[in-house]
Design a protein around this ligand. Structure first.
Ligand code: PRX
Length: 649
């Protein structure tokens, strides 16, 4: 009962935008939002036709707006464009030419600004360099770089020449690089001699060298000199970035590519051990990210926008690179940690660069809350006018703190629900049009039709929880999983016939606002990173001491979920602290340091049903220290539970 009352109270708490914000916004009222939304879903082809013409530069018009056949979408069929030209070239010769496209700040404090003109020159040179190494349309290029301006140059240069980039987050280990590079058979890897994180150098090139011992498809490696790190360069395979661009021409003509030309593959976790290569293509993806950047962030010519996401994740792709640059925005990018040299680094950046729009993740917001308001008060944050949140549900307490302490009570917050697969924002509150409710992502974006289904595939009544689905195709949707169309269909389109199932649980309130309650599959959200429990389990069992393992999440104050692993050992191994440390390091080496388990519990056996299925629900309760309720009659050996409960860290 108490729970119910709190949840009703939350639902009724509304934060409308100020009159001042509203007056200047692109969409200024609920009525206007409703009218446009209704147009977009009643006649989606007409809506997207107009938007594609208005927002993007096409070299050849399309013949058909949407071709839809059993989970496979083609948007703007027959149309041709160049994504890089849309993000950069088309701003030249306009007042944006000398506007800052990227304001970059490295962790040690080095700074660089690239105007659209300068960014264009860098991209042209690098595109020529890529072509000089034999990279052509359709070739896959892996990018494993720190969050520096050159990483953006690398992505856009791939787009310019029609190569397909796959960005691998710099926190991944050499094993993870190897898996990804091999899955898409990348021909080239672009990396750096290192990157700065918390005052230390991350040895990116060392990881690449290690990975490439097992990557037969890779012919060349380009390395950016970012630090004074000495790295091993293999003759004939390895090239320095500066050597290649020095001799490259600054003239590069962008070719037009078909709208459905693959733009990138981005690997993301699913409920099996192997990451999924989400494939996005050109025209539809760019339109989706451009229109959402324009309306959700209410981007204006004078804005200085900062999204703190790394380009290794979809947020960095869509809302650092493609959507923002396509709108001619000014992007701040920062290489390092939020608490380097001190916990006020972000606020110092906002203050010095006069950031107006700030987009970050709830896990970061919770960390700032913990670090205390004093670090924030040292800086002038009055330039901020809009705040955003992404990656996981934001708890109302963190929402309100963000609104009050960071936003000074005057900035609307857009809580944006979307996924690697959706390419762009799907559910949010358009900031000048509608009020926000702390904890709810809000209402569907144009053209998006979310519904909450029960297990039988029927839409549930408002207020009832169920599974979130999207019933209509949208331009920036993933097209398939790279090289695995079967898994694409099974993962997203088999739960309900002809409907996209996103893996999240959800409830819609009486006002139509969507409340995402988190993943319902075996995927954890750890500090905003998506991690499959099966991925961690398979890393654990690859260690010679481990017989079996099961991984679950436990609610964590800052990270959202903590990783708890239950492990049974092979005969002859002792489950002590030394082995725990070894196993944590092993998972770090297999996946990446951010995937290291928070807790490891050893047991003689795992709780299983009589048919041999691990009882994860039970393990989740054990991990959270809860009383074991519910039905345990199917449990094969009740003694196991007692042992697991006792073996806490
Ligand atoms: O569970 C949802 C959660 O993050 C998942 C998507 O993760 P990923 O593909 O890594 O993309 C993250 C950045 C878009 C979703 O299935 N999620 C993301 N944003 C929100 C969210 N959950 C609640 N509210 C959000 N705003």
């Amino acid at each position: 009962m108490a729970n119910k009352i709190t949840s009703i109270a939350q639902e009724d708490e509304k934060f409308p935008p100020s009159q001042e914000f509203r007056k200047q916004a692109a969409i200024q009222s609920l009525a206007e939002y409703k009218r446009l939304y209704s147009e977009s879903v009643k006649n989606p082809e007409k809506f997207w036709n107009t938007q594609a013409k208005d927002l993007l530069l096409w070299r050849k018009p399309w013949k058909q707006i949407l071709k839809w056949k059993e989970s496979h979408a083609k948007w703007f069929v027959g149309g041709k464009l160049n994504v890089c030209e849309n993000c950069v070239d088309r701003h030249l010769g306009t007042p944006r030419e000398n506007k800052a496209a990227l304001i970059y700040e490295g962790e040690p404090g080095d700074q660089k600004t690239l105007t659209y003109r300068q960014l264009h020159t860098e991209i042209c040179k690098f595109s020529n360099a890529l072509e000089s190494l034999g990279i052509r349309k359709g070739d896959r290029v892996a990018i494993y770089m720190p969050m520096v301006a050159e990483a953006v140059v690398a992505m856009l240069s791939c787009a310019r020449i029609g190569a397909v980039h796959t960005v691998i987050f710099g926190g991944f280990s050499s094993e993870s690089i190897k898996d990804r590079v091999n899955d898409c058979a990348a021909k080239l890897v672009i990396t750096a001699d290192g990157g700065w994180r918390r005052g230390k150098i991350i040895d990116l090139k060392v990881n690449v060298n290690q990975a490439l011992k097992g990557c037969p498809s890779v012919e060349s490696v380009i390395t950016l000199k970012r630090t004074a790190n000495r790295v091993h360069m293999k003759k004939g395979r390895d090239f320095w970035w500066h050597d290649l661009v020095e001799s490259a021409s600054h003239v590069h003509k962008a070719k037009a590519f078909d709208s459905e030309t693959p733009l990138f593959v981005l690997y993301t976790s699913g409920s099996t051990g192997k990451p999924k290569g989400v494939l996005h293509t050109s025209g539809g993806y760019l339109l989706g990210t451009t229109i959402t950047s324009k309306y959700v962030f209410d981007l204006r010519e004078s804005d200085t926008y900062w999204c703190t996401a790394d380009i290794g994740w979809i947020t960095g792709h869509s809302y650092v690179v493609y959507g923002i640059l396509s709108n001619g925005g000014t992007n701040v990018i920062y290489e390092g940690a939020p608490n380097q040299p001190g916990p006020d680094r972000f606020w110092s950046i906002v203050d010095r660069h006069k950031v107006t729009i700030f987009y970050t993740a709830p896990t970061a917001i919770r960390a700032f809350m913990k670090w205390g308001d004093d670090h924030i008060k040292k800086h002038d944050l009055s330039s901020l006018r809009l705040l955003g949140s992404v990656g996981e549900p934001i708890n109302p307490e963190a929402w309100k703190w963000y609104h009050k302490v960071i936003g000074g009570g005057r900035c609307p917050i857009v809580d944006t629900w979307w996924q690697t697969e959706t390419g762009g924002i799907m559910i949010t509150t358009l900031p000048g049009a509608v009020y926000s409710k702390p904890g709810s992502a809000g209402l569907p974006f144009f053209g998006v039709v979310p519904k909450v289904f029960n297990d039988a595939g029927k839409e549930v009544r408002k207020g009832t929880s169920g599974k979130l689905v999207l019933t209509e195709p949208w331009p920036s949707m993933l097209r398939t999983l790279y090289g695995d169309n079967k898994r694409y269909k099974e993962t997203y389109w088999s739960e309900y016939e002809g409907v996209y199932f996103c893996g999240d649980g959800c409830r819609q309130d009486k006002d139509g606002y969507f409340w995402i309650v988190g993943r319902i599959d075996d995927v954890l959200n750890v500090s905003g990173h998506r991690l499959g429990t099966a991925e961690i389990e398979s890393a654990l069992v690859s260690h010679h001491s481990v017989a079996e393992s099961a991984t679950v999440g436990r609610p964590h104050e800052i990270k959202g979920s903590a990783i708890v692993c239950f492990v049974t050992l092979k005969d002859g191994f002792k489950g002590d602290d030394k082995l725990k440390a070894l196993l944590r390091a092993h998972v770090g080496a297999e996946i990446g340091p951010f995937a290291k388990p928070d807790e490891i519990r050893f047991a003689k056996a795992l709780p299983k049903t009589r048919s041999g299925k691990i009882m994860r629900r039970l393990l989740k309760d054990i991990a959270a220290g809860k009383e074991i309720h519910g039905d345990t009659t199917t449990l094969e050996d009740v003694g196991v539970v007692k042992q697991l409960q006792a073996n806490k860290d």
